[in-house]
Design a protein around this ligand. Structure first.
Ligand code: ADP
Ligand code: AMP
Length: 217
């Protein structure tokens, strides 16, 4: 399946993407993760993206579109993929459509996880991520077994540099202005599956499964 996960920052896209990509055996492609890796590695892409991300603004379309096209062209995406955090602008969505159409392909569904703004603030400021493997936790809603340590690899959990209150607020405004128009874009193309993201994590996974016609337990 060729899927897009849409929703504001903190809606639970990354959390659900890890689960869904395993269940469907398709690669999870997160542009945010790709940028963070590039920043960590000190690559030219990382240097280009860093200031935008720190500020809570979007990395320019031409950089992001090129990055995703390169990733989607790899053989592991031939039978499907799950995009998390891309597209984030109408120009990115149009570029994705054109690129897929050029290969006689198209998206199967766009899963829109909706969560109200006050809950997003709490989710983002309480988010902790493993600095080694990137696994995501929440101090209250999804705590690790041992405080401050990753369940998977045992490394330290840290707060993302862009999860401070000031940056979160900018990111939510950027979402409303630049990304939310994609809801209508995909609704008009009959691809949109709307999911109530206020439910707990396993319930959201099951709701996504139902929306995709899967009877997940
Ligand atoms: P996104 O990728 O959309 O920015 P994440 O998956 O990183 O969001 O989730 C943001 C934060 O909210 C994380 O700390 C995560 O553990 C937590 N979280 C994710 N889904 C839920 C949920 N359904 N209920 C409560 N907290 C959640
Ligand atoms: P995320 O991990 O999805 O929350 O993304 C973190 C940050 O990376 C965003 O706030 C943007 O600065 C940048 N980013 C991720 N995906 C995109 C995208 N599709 N277009 C532009 N910038 C992006």
């Amino acid at each position: 399946m060729r899927l897009v996960l849409l929703g504001p920052p903190g809606a639970g896209k990354g959390t659900q993407a890890r689960e869904i990509s395993q269940r469907l055996a398709i690669p999870h492609i997160s542009t945010g993760d790709m940028f963070r890796e590039a920043i960590k590695g000190g690559t030219p892409l990382g240097r280009q993206a860093e200031a935008y991300i720190k500020d809570g603004r979007l990395v320019p379309d031409e950089v992001t579109i090129g990055l995703v096209q390169e990733r989607l062209a790899r053989p592991d995406c031939r039978d499907g993929f799950l995009l998390d955090g891309f597209p984030r602008t109408v120009a990115q969505a149009e570029a994705l459509d054109a690129w897929l159409a050029g290969r006689q392909e198209g998206l199967d569904a766009v899963i829109d996880i909706e969560v109200p703004r006050d809950a997003l603030l709490e989710r983002l400021t309480g988010r902790r991520v493993c600095r080694q493997c990137g696994a995501t936790y929440h101090v209250r809603y999804n705590p690790p077994a041992v405080e401050g340590k990753c369940d998977i690899c045992g490394q330290d959990l840290v707060q993302r540099a862009d999860d401070t209150e000031a940056t979160v607020s900018r990111r939510l405004d950027v979402y409303t202005g630049q990304t939310a128009p994609l809801i209508n874009y995909y609704r008009q193309r009959s691809l949109l599956k709307e999911i109530d993201g206020r439910q707990d994590i396993p319930a959201v996974t099951l709701a996504i499964g139902r929306a995709l016609g899967r009877d997940w337990q």
